[in-house]
Design a protein around this ligand. Structure first.
Ligand code: PEP
Ligand code: MG
Length: 602
């Protein structure tokens, strides 16, 4: 096995495989590290009948495995505290609940009975009990109880892994400079990665604007997704070179490649330090037009990066990450303290808090969400919040209370009709009235503005009526592209067809900008388009003056803005609107990247 610590004669041209793979470049940065295979999947379970005389021995094996599993969890509990932000605490609660399930629980007793009654081995008994219990939970009407099904499965698989001696290596046991290699990784799991401990990430599935990719960018992790052939090629402990700007992944590199990637990394770090100098300069075009650059944030640990990058506020706080990696829904007080800490942390700069946008690829055990037949089109985002108004009420109350501490805006995700906006506003008004009756609560003198995400084609086409009924727009180009072109944004098979510069997407953006202007409401773009310097220029050419993006992209976008003239940019954007051919549109957009050939991480 080749690892960093083994030293000696590695990486000679003769003894290396130098497997070159490529995928979608989604997280700027370059790294050289050690492969860490993350397996979310299961292990194969041996199943056999046992003679009566062996029943006690199997029961003992089960009890020992439960003990061992419990010790592992205790160990993890300690390590969870080292995770950034609230994630450690949340993971801690979950691990406590798991530990309880491994000591004298109904689950263990059930498995024990199966060993005796069905005369089967411990692994098979655990599997049968796990399946039966998980099925019972999943069928329950109460969403909280239904969500226990996944906990039962987690614990069941842990026990089976201990019994079969299959390795289970959670993120907290990562080697130094680990490069996470996986088939897929959920956004919730990605949020658990500690960017200080992880060097980079490569996945064999995914799309450029999937939430997993966005999360990796927000954490500042070099990342490549949709890498074909990845899993079959990587062995644990292999050295991996990864360039999140070009999408290259090299496994077991030869000495020249290794040197090349180390140089790329040094160049990248130097260039990032150079970009740091832009921090206090305005995002102003050569002809004096000021653009406001804001940060998209998922976790409190990203605030520091947002401030360091010179963000002029938070244009999108994806509040749903607060609900992930935990067993319970956060209550009003917890949400209030969380939001207050973000508002305090931004020191007077505006914070745009989007209400819960769960569903689709963002699932949360705490809400017991299950995949419907088509998760991207199902009960998600505002639909979920209106179907379970107690969730939205609690969230509104927490946001209103937190907004007494600094400027905040409320943003509703995935609005598709005026009725949804009106229902949400009615609920907000009710919550305001309730809070005014509470003695323990202070509200701000001016209530936060209520805005709408434009990310569904139907909303873009209804932009005029929505604009008159809300206070601001934020265009979500990720979902707008996904829904306009019917391309799942996290599906590798169709990733090459996902194109925010498609004329249909651009027309919907243009129409929305015009509607906002007619109603004189502010508009921003907070989809990933805003964080790509040349696509940001196209947006500016269409009249957008506020852009919100992963903090790591702010300096790059700012540098390009300072090299552009808006008059010229608008002329080119108008030219793009006349075109239908994807290649010519892409070429015209390329010409808006002043300096030519600069990828987002160079
Ligand atoms: C979007 O859809 O563009 C957006 C900003 O929201 P999210 O990426 O969280 O779906
Ligand atoms: Mg969206």
């Amino acid at each position: 096995m080749k690892t960093k610590s083994t030293g000696a004669p590695r990486h000679t041209a003769e003894n290396t495989r130098a497997v070159r793979l490529s995928g979608l470049a989604v997280g700027p940065g370059v790294c050289v590290g050690i492969a860490y295979r993350h397996e979310a999947g299961s292990v194969s379970v041996p199943e056999y009948r046992i003679p009566p005389g062996r029943i006690d021995r199997e029961k003992l094996r089960l009890a020992e495995a439960a003990d061992r599993g419990s010790r592992q969890l205790r160990n993890l509990r300690g390590k969870a505290q080292a995770l950034p932000g609230a994630a450690g605490e949340e993971l801690g609660y979950l691990l406590d609940a798991y530990q309880q399930m491994l000591s004298g629980s109904r689950f263990l007793k059930g498995a024990e009975n199966r060993i005796a009654e069905r005369r089967i081995n411990a692994e098979a008994a655990v599997k049968e009990e796990m399946d039966a219990m998980a099925e019972t939970f999943a069928a329950m009407a109460d969403p909280y109880l239904a969500s226990r099904a996944s906990d039962v499965r987690d614990i069941g698989w842990r026990l089976i892994r201990v019994l079969t001696k299959s390795s289970y290596r959670p993120f907290s046991l990562l080697p130094k400079d680990a490069v996470i290699i996986a088939g897929d990784l959920s956004p919730a799991d990605t949020a658990l990665l500690n960017p200080k401990a992880v060097a980079g990430m490569a996945l064999s599935t995914g799309g450029a604007d999937s939430h997993t990719a966005i999360m990796a960018r927000s954490l500042g992790l070099p990342a490549v997704v949709a890498v074909e052939g990845l899993i079959g090629q990587v062995r644990p402990g292999d050295t991996v070179c990864l360039d999140g700007g070009t999408g290259e992944v090299v496994i077991d590199p030869d000495p020249d490649t290794l040197a090349d990637f180390r140089k790329r990394r040094a160049d990248f770090l130097r260039s990032r330090r150079g970009l740091g100098r832009l921090r206090d300069l305005p995002a102003e075009t050569k002809d004096g037009v000021r653009v406001r650059l804001m940060a998209n944030v998922e976790l409190p640990s990203e605030l520091e990066m947002a401030r360091e990058s010179g963000a002029e506020g938070i244009g999108l706080l994806r509040s749903e990450f607060m609900y992930m990696n935990r067993a319970e829904v956060p209550d009003e007080d917890e949400q209030y303290h969380f939001l207050k800490s973000i508002i305090d942390g931004m020191k007077g700069l505006p914070v745009t808090i989007r209400t819960l946008d769960l569903g689709g690829d963002k699932l949360a055990d705490s809400l017991g969400l299950r995949d419907g037949p088509n998760p991207a089109l199902g009960l998600r985002a505002i639909r979920l919040s209106l179907a379970r108004p107690e969730l939205l009420e609690t969230q509104f109350a927490a946001i209103l209370r937190a907004s007494a501490h600094g400027p905040a805006r409320i943003l509703l995700p995935m609005i598709a009709s005026l009725e949804e906006l009106e229902q949400a506003r009615d609920l907000l008004d009710q919550v305001v009235r309730k809070l005014k009756r509470r003695k323990d609560v202070t509200l701000p003198a001016t209530l936060p503005p209520l805005g709408v995400m434009i990310e569904v084609p139907g909303a873009a086409l209804s932009a005029d009526s929505l604009a008159w009924a809300c206070d601001f727009f934020a265009i979500g180009t990720n979902d707008l592209t996904q829904y306009t072109l019917a391309i799942d944004r996290s599906d590798r098979e169709v990733a090459h067809l996902y194109n925010p510069l498609h004329p249909a997407v651009l027309r919907l953006i243009q129409f929305t900008v015009e509607a906002a202007n007619r109603a004189r409401i502010p508009l921003s773009v907070c989809g990933e388009m805003a964080g790509d310097p040349k696509l940001a220029a196209v947006l500016m050419g269409l009249g957008v003056t506020e852009l919100s993006m992963s903090a790591t992209h702010i300096p790059l976008v700012k540098r390009n803005i300072r090299r552009l003239s808006l008059a010229e940019t608008a002329r080119k954007a108008n030219g793009i609107m006349e075109l239908n051919d994807a290649r010519r549109i892409a070429e015209a957009a390329d010409s808006l990247l002043i300096d030519g050939g600069i990828s987002p991480n160079k």
